[in-house]
Design a protein around this ligand. Sequence first.
Ligand code: AMP
Length: 111
Amino acid sequence: MVEPTIFHSILSREVPASIVYEDDEVLAFKDIHPKAKTHLLFIPKHFVASIADVTPETAHIPGMLILKAQRFAQEQGIKGYRLTFHVGKGGGQEVMYLHLHFLSEEKLKAL
Ligand code: AMP
């Protein structure tokens, strides 16, 4: 049984978020407590709780998130950025829905 998280509610639009990118596989939105000028979260539409839960069947998902983040940065003209997965409570993961942090000191272009 999947315990619904705040990111499930953002995905279903029950909770508003500042969405910056969406396609069939991912949603990306601004982190509500940004730790850099640009701080985004990329989440897969297919639920996985954490990197710790990735299986051979879902191993493509973290790479897919990285590729989406890379393309997004290229489109935005963002040259340098940091990508982070927090894994489990001990790794600082508070929301148990796999997400890739995207941090950059360069500002996003206006939508
Ligand atoms: P983590 O510590 O890796 O689980 O990161 C969870 C991130 O989600 C934190 O950086 C939070 O600031 C962010 N967050 C929590 N709730 C929301 C929300 N409603 N909208 C946007 N970001 C959120």
